[in-house]
Design a binder for this molecule. Structure first.
Ligand SMILES: [Zn+2]
Length: 68
């Protein structure tokens, strides 16, 4: 299973979680809040960002601002 890093929107805690699906919701281990956001995975973070890396590899709507 992939390991993802999450951050809690309520208490700001960062934690790693093994999840079966990237869309799986996880609760904060500190405050049990479900308002957690998935950060970039270790693998994704290893990809150079900026420097022209962008539009072609971006499949998410809204992240290609400035690209028309
Ligand atoms: Zn929390």
């Amino acid at each position: 299973m992939p390991l993802y890093e999450y951050r809690c929107a309520d208490c700001g805690a960062k934690f790693d979680e093994l999840v079966a699906s990237a869309d799986e919701k996880v609760a904060c281990p500190k405050c049990q809040s479900s308002k957690t956001e998935k950060l970039l995975s270790v693998f994704a973070a290893a990809v150079p960002s900026g420097a022209g890396a962008g539009a072609e590899s971006c499949a998410r709507p809204g992240c290609g601002s400035g690209f028309s």
